[in-house]
Design a binder for this molecule. Structure first.
Ligand code: DGJ
Length: 390
């Protein structure tokens, strides 16, 4: 019988941290991931790829994330990409998508690019990047998604356009009656938030209806590719109150117009979506700016729902702050039977560039429920080998 991750951790847990330090001292390069610590790249610089995601392609992992300045909140460089074959030692491969130096572009230097995710499109052979885009000088008001494309994983990616998703479309399952009712709702009638009447109006589509003509707001986001190659954009919409899950076209560069709302009024950010053994899982955070909060979790048999809410997957001391972090991505380690990594950011708003990363191995409990427990240091090499696939 294959050894479980729990078994491996029990056997090795006590010695792993000491072993990591000893081997690291003797060897060139790192042997372990130390969540919450400094994570130097091959040149000794703390990795600058925040709010990111990982793509495996032809034997190499690519880590894409926000290149953040040491001071300030705007994007001065773009989306950075690193590569690795062991998930521990990373080489900076440069700027995958650069800001535009000249004025007038939606990705002009000084805009805000957040949470970039890159997926590979098997049918077009292109690498497609989606990211949260805020226009220069507008704070977080624009709430747009950007699209960029490249022939190679390291880029340079070519910016295609930015938009607000699904203009003119109503969510899947919204009946004519639902649409009529939503269209009658007016923000002016619900000035006070969090009242029972306001909650009902949000659920019925107060902000959704407001944004149907121009497209839905799109902030914190991820992209998920299902086994059949179809891709989905999952984003915080409706003033960060409601998540949307929207189907992308076959080239991943546009929307089919089919989308659903998840947890209306639930204020979910930082969506992380993955599929394991045929079940879809969504791990999110609450909305408290750069401050960490308690994660939430949802489960569904179909991407279109219903999504059932479960308690946070974080367990142990500091679970209430998700170990002082906010999730960004989850992926299965290639060539392992069931080795999964949860990626999160420990934001340091005083210097976002030096924000640490919290990457943890995932343990699965009864009914396949993911559990996240703290580890001072660990190595992806501890995952038992096995077939790829999920
Ligand atoms: C929380 C989001 O998850 C981050 O990506 C970032 O947008 C901050 N809010 C900004 O306050």
């Amino acid at each position: 019988m294959a050894e479980t991750l729990q078994g491996v951790r029990k056997r090795w847990g006590a010695v792993l941290a000491t072993w990591c330090l000893a081997v690291a001292a003797a060897a060139q390069g790192l042997t372990c991931i130390a969540p919450g610590g400094e994570w130097p790249d091959s040149k000794g610089e703390h990795i600058n790829a925040h709010g990111g995601g990982v793509l495996w392609h032809e034997g190499t992992y690519y880590w894409y994330g926000e290149n953040r300045p040491a001071r300030g909140f705007t994007t001065e460089v773009g989306v950075e990409v690193y590569s690795s074959t062991d998930l521990v030692n990373w080489t900076d491969r440069g700027v995958a998508l650069a800001v535009s130096a000249g004025p007038g572009s939606p990705i002009e230097r000084g805009c805000i690019m957040e949470r970039p995710k890159v997926v590979y499109n098997r049918s077009t052979g292109k690498f497609v990047m989606l990211f949260h885009l805020e226009l220069k000088g507008q704070g977080y008001a624009a709430a747009r998604v950007g699209f960029a494309v490249s022939d190679t994983p390291v880029g340079p990616f070519r910016f295609i356009r930015s938009l607000r998703p699904n203009a003119g479309k109503w969510p899947d399952g919204f009946s004519r009656r639902d649409i009529r009712r939503a269209k009658k709702l007016k923000e002016a009638d619900y000035k006070e938030w969090w009242t029972p009447q306001w909650r009902k109006a949000i659920a019925e589509g107060l902000l959704l209806a407001r944004d149907v003509p121009g497209g839905q707001m799109s902030r914190d986001m991820t992209v998920f590719v299902d086994d059949d190659g179809k891709a989905y954009h999952i984003y915080s919409s409706e003033e960060n109150l409601t998540l949307h899950l929207a189907e992308l076209t076959d080239d991943y560069l546009d929307y089919t117009g089919k989308y659903v709302r998840i947890a209306p009024g639930g204020q979910n950010e930082a969506p992380v979506l993955f599929k394991r053994n045929g079940v879809y899982w969504l791990i999110t955070s609450g909305c408290t700016g750069w401050r960490p909060n308690e994660a939430r979790m949802f489960r569904a048999e179909s991407l279109w729902g219903p999504w059932e809410q479960l308690p946070t997957p974080f367990e142990g001391a500091d679970a209430a702050t998700s170990f002082h972090s906010q999730g960004t991505y989850m992926f299965k380690v290639e060539g392992t039977a069931d080795g999964w990594v949860f990626m999160a950011d420990r934001w340091m708003p005083d210097s976002l560039r030096y924000s640490p990363y919290v990457w943890l191995p995932v343990v699965f409990g009864a009914d396949g429920v993911p559990v996240l427990r703290w580890a001072d240091s660990w190595s992806p090499a501890m995952f038992p080998a096995g077939a790829s696939g999920r």
